[in-house]
Design a binder for this molecule. Structure first.
Ligand code: UD1
Length: 372
């Protein structure tokens, strides 16, 4: 049996790493599974891609499509064209896609149209917000996937509500958390950055187009964050998109002159997780960081009006603040003035999701297991 595992952008890399590792660890008596790793090249900077491969011990991709940046249509079109050639020459039995980036959707569509079976890892997440490109990617990918691996029962219920039969849904847990648990000790050994005291700083990440592409919105968010930074130092590893916008809108100098928010280059996986694990709180608009902070027990203020990961608010440490400056300020000050939050870790976020996936994809009796 031949599998193609696809990764394209930064948040994909920690999701594929444990799947590859579980595939590698399959017992010698298990049927032969040939695995090809395809990197679409959606993210290509060393700090957005290569450093993650080395931190996580992911082997060099077998094929890199080198699609690079562009508008959604341009990027998606380049992936469709390049990945079709790969599928035609390699003829895999399955294509496995993870997450919700453009590469996820484009590779799923390409494979499905060639009659290749598609498995989606992290299926069923829904924000209900069709202005997010990721929501469109999730809906398209889930609608055509043959096998849908979910991270929680809320996601499985979303799929059922959309008419997906139970036979295609598998609640396996969260491969991003597999990676977190596997590397946490090493990450924690890294000292907090810039000599900051343990628990005495906040981490900021910001890159959603809805937050950073409009000058007025980004200015207001940055003003609220500067207010928060008067109470606690903020470290800000800036995404290239955000850095570009800060420069374009003339906001970079204001932030640097205030000297309260320390803007640094994007970090690779281990230093980033280490920094979050030592932080007092995180302010973010990321998807995955909402999950990582829940497992680490670190308060997370999510600067978005909605989340596709409601379980992190229901039982985890996540607080939705939207992008209204007063709400961001209020939520941050409340976290700073209150004690530790009560939280629980979602079911099956136990470091074994990838094992479950590999077992379901092939196991010892591939023909029986694959006829879903
Ligand atoms: C993408 C994902 C988003 C994910 C994010 C994580 C989609 C629709 N969005 O958004 O879900 O949360 O990745 O980072 O797939 N750039 C570089 N170097 C790189 C990559 C990008 O400089 O290695 C710059 C380019 O100017 C590019 C811009 O960042 O145009 C945006 O990159 P893109 O991949 O289009 O989307 P992200 O905002 O990174």
């Amino acid at each position: 049996m031949k599998l193609i595992l696809v990764a394209g952008a930064r948040p994909n890399f920690m999701k594929i790493a444990p799947i590859l590792e579980s595939l590698r660890r399959r017992p010698a008596r298990a049927p032969v599974m040939e695995v090809l790793l395809v990197h679409t090249g959606q993210h290509y900077d060393r700090k957005m891609s290569d450093d993650f491969f080395s931190d996580l011990g992911i082997p060099e991709p077998d094929i890199n499509l080198g699609v690079g940046s562009g508008s959604h249509a341009e990027q998606t079109a380049r992936i469709l064209t390049a990945f079709e050639k790969v599928c035609l020459s390699e003829r895999p039995d399955w294509v496995i896609v993870v997450g919700d980036v453009n590469s996820t959707m484009a590779c799923a569509v390409t494979a499905k149209k060639l009659g290749i079976r598609v498995a989606h890892v992290e299926a069923g997440l829904r924000s209900g917000d069709m202005s997010m490109p990721e929501e469109i990617n999730r809906l398209c990918t889930d609608a055509i996937s043959d096998l849908l691996f979910t991270t929680d029962e809320i996601a499985s219920a979303n799929l059922r509500r959309e008419g997906v039969p139970d036979s295609r849904i598998r609640f396996v847990g969260n491969t991003m958390i597999d990676t977190l648990l596997r590397h946490l000790d090493r990450a924690r050994q890294m000292a907090p950055p810039h000599g900051l005291p343990e628990g005495g700083f906040a981490v900021l990440t910001l890159h959603r187009p809805s937050n950073v592409d409009d000058c007025a919105t980004l200015s207001q968010i940055m003003e609220a964050l500067l207010d928060v930074a008067r109470r606690i130092p903020i470290i800000f590893p800036a995404h290239p998109r955000t850095l570009g916008r800060l420069k374009e809108f003339g906001l970079l100098a204001t932030i640097q002159d205030a000297g309260l928010i320390r803007l640094i280059q994007p970090l690779s996986y281990l230093p980033f997780v280490g920094m979050v694990a030592h932080a007092r709180m995180v302010l973010t608009d990321s998807g995955g960081i909402q999950e990582e902070t829940t497992v680490l027990g670190i308060p997370c203020i999510t600067m978005r009006p909605n989340t596709e990961r409601p379980i992190t608010c229901e039982i985890g440490t996540n607080i939705l603040a939207g992008n209204d400056p007063a709400r961001i300020r209020g939520a941050a000050l409340e976290v700073l003035s209150s004690g530790p939050r009560q939280f629980s870790i979602p079911e099956k976020w136990d470091g074994r999701a990838a094992e479950r996936i590999v077992e379901l994809l092939g196991g010892d009796q591939p023909s029986r297991r694959l006829d879903l």
